[in-house]
Ligand binder design. Structure first.
Ligand SMILES: Nc1nc2c(ncn2[C@@H]2O[C@H](COP(=O)(O)OP(=O)(O)OP(=O)(O)O)[C@@H](O)[C@H]2O)c(=O)[nH]1
Ligand SMILES: [Mg+2]
Length: 415
C-alpha cells in the first residue's frame, strides 16, 4: 500500500502490520458473470401485512475479498432441463418457507441425475431437510424451538445489519427504528435477529439487527437468516484497532455460507450465466452500504476510511454516522430508497379517490402487472388494462399490463 508521509494510519491498519497472515490484496479487476438473485413481491406500507418487494435479479460479476465464487460453485456441464431451470427460478423468488420447500422438491425431481450434479443434488437434499425441520416446529418435549432466526420480510425491503462485535449495530438499530435492541460496551451483546422498521416518507424498510459476525463465535444459522434480505448495512467502527482484520474475517465467514457482499447496487436484471454451467441456487448476493460508525469519536475519519479501503480492497459506498449523536442517520433512508430503485404506486377504485396513505412498492422497471400481483393474484390474472395518473401520462391514460410504473403513479386496475 502506498502510504503518504503524513497520512494517518487507521487503527486497524496499525494492527494489520503486526499480522502477516492477513490477506489484504486489492480488488482484482477481472469480472465473471455467474449467477443471479431474485426477490419477489412488493409491499404495502403496513409493516404487519406487508409482503416483499418485487422481482429483482442481481448478477454475480466480480470477485474480490467481498465478491467471489462460492466455495461450492459448480462449473461442470450439467445439461439442465427447462423444468429444472423453471423450478430454480421459482425457488429464487419464493420467500415463504413452505413455498421454498415445494420449489426445492421440484428442483430435486427435475434435476438431471448424473455425476456432474451430484453436489447440487446433495445440497438440495440438505436444504429440504433443513426446511422440513424448520417447518415441523418445536419437537414434542421442547427439544427444538428457541428464538426465531429467520425474520419474515416486511416493508419495502429487508436490510440486514452486519458487522464485527461492538461496532454499534444495535445502537444504530435502536436510533433508526425505535427498537429497544440491547446494547452494551462489551462484544457479543446481541444473540438473535431483531427486526425493526425504518420509516422513509410513506414507506418503511425493515432493518434486522444481528449478532456480530466473528470466527470467535460463528453462527450456524446466519446463511438462512440472510436468505430473505435484499441488502446489507455493514457497520464498522474505524476507530477499533482490529477493524480491518474483523471485516476480512466477516467476508471469509460469509463466503463459507455462500453469501457475497457487493458494492454494486445497480446490477442489471438479467441472468448472465452460461447455459452449460451449473449455477449455485443457494448463493446469496447482498448489495452493501458501509456505515462508518462512531464518527463522533474518530477525528480523521476520512483518512481512516481511505486506509481501511486500501488495506481491505473493499469499495462499498460509505456513509459516516454516529449512533450516539445521530450524525448521518437521516441519509440512510433516502439512500436506500434511491439505490434500491423503490417505486411507490397508489391504487384507486373507479370513481373513488386514490388511497394515498398506503403505497404498494415495486422496483424500477416493474410493470402494471407486477402491481396487480401485489393487489391480488386473481386481479393480475384477469387484468385487461389500467388507467394511470402520474408524471409523463395524460390524466387517466389507458395503459397495458406491461407498462412500467413510475414513483408516485396512481393506478386504476381494470379486470
Ligand atoms: N461514541 C460512540 N459510541 C457508540 C456509538 N454507537 C455505539 N456506541 C457504543 O458502542 C458500544 C457497543 O454498542 P452496540 O450497539 O451494543 O454494538 P453492537 O455492534 O450491537 O455490539 P454486538 O451486539 O456485541 O455485536 C456501546 O457501549 C455503545 O454505547 C457511536 O456512534 N459513538
Ligand atoms: Mg448488538
Amino acid at each position: 500500500m502506498a502510504r503518504g508521509g503524513d497520512r494517518p494510519q487507521c487503527a486497524g491498519a496499525r494492527q494489520l502490520q503486526e499480522m502477516p497472515s492477513v490477506h489484504y490484496s486489492k480488488v482484482p479487476s477481472g469480472t465473471t458473470p455467474r449467477s443471479y438473485r431474485v426477490h419477489p413481491g412488493s409491499s404495502r406500507l403496513d409493516p404487519v401485512s406487508a409482503v416483499k418487494p418485487t422481482v429483482n435479479l442481481y448478477t454475480i460479476r466480480t470477485q474480490n475479498v467481498g465478491e467471489g465464487n462460492s466455495s461450492q460453485s459448480h462449473s461442470m456441464p450439467a445439461n439442465l432441463t427447462p423444468e429444472y431451470k423453471a423450478a430454480e427460478a421459482a425457488f429464487r423468488q419464493a420467500r415463504e418457507p413452505k413455498e421454498r420447500l415445494a420449489c426445492l422438491k421440484d428442483m430435486l425431481r427435475t434435476i438431471p441425475k448424473h455425476k456432474g450434479t451430484d453436489h447440487l443434488q446433495a445440497d438440495i437434499k440438505t436444504r429440504i431437510k433443513q426446511l422440513t425441520d424448520e417447518l415441523s416446529g418445536p419437537r414434542k418435549g421442547g427439544a427444538r424451538g428457541g428464538p426465531t432466526t429467520v425474520v419474515h420480510a416486511e416493508g419495502a425491503a429487508q436490510i440486514a445489519l452486519l458487522g464485527p462485535p461492538n461496532a454499534g449495530k444495535s445502537t444504530l438499530h435502536g436510533r433508526l427504528t425505535g427498537s429497544h435492541a440491547q446494547t452494551g460496551p462489551y462484544p457479543f451483546t446481541t444473540q438473535y435477529p431483531q427486526p425493526g422498521m425504518l420509516a422513509h416518507e410513506d414507506i418503511h424498510f425493515q432493518l434486522i439487527d444481528l449478532p456480530p459476525l466473528s470466527s470467535e463465535h460463528p453462527i450456524a444459522w446466519i446463511g438462512n437468516t440472510l436468505q430473505p434480505a435484499d441488502a446489507c448495512l455493514l457497520v464498522v467502527d474505524l476507530g477499533d484497532a482490529g477493524c480491518v482484520e474483523q471485516v476480512l474475517d466477516i467476508h471469509a465467514l460469509l463466503k463459507e455460507k455462500r453469501v457475497t457482499l457487493t458494492a454494486r447496487w445497480d446490477e442489471p436484471e438479467a441472468q448472465l450465466q452460461h447455459d452449460d454451467e451449473l449455477p449455485d441456487p443457494f448463493a446469496i448476493r447482498l448489495p452493501t452500504l458501509m456505515l462508518a460508525n462512531k464518527a463522533d469519536q474518530i477525528p480523521a475519519l476520512d483518512d481512516e476510511l481511505l486506509v481501511f479501503q486500501e488495506l481491505t480492497g473493499l469499495r462499498y459506498p460509505v456513509i459516516s454516522v454516529s449512533g450516539t449523536s445521530g450524525q448521518g442517520l437521516g441519509q440512510i433512508g433516502p439512500w436506500l430508497f434511491a439505490r434500491l430503485g423503490i417505486v411507490r404506486v397508489y391504487t384507486k377504485a373507479p370513481g373513488r379517490p386514490a388511497d394515498k396513505d398506503r403505497p404498494f412498492t415495486v422496483r424500477r422497471g416493474q410493470t402494471v402487472y407486477d402491481v396487480a400481483m401485489l393487489v391480488h393474484r386473481d386481479m393480475a390474472r384477469s387484468l385487461k388494462y389500467a388507467r394511470v395518473w402520474g408524471e409523463g401520462h395524460f390524466t387517466g391514460q389507458q395503459v397495458g399490463r406491461e407498462h412500467p410504473v413510475s414513483d408516485g403513479d396512481v393506478l386504476e386496475l381494470h379486470a
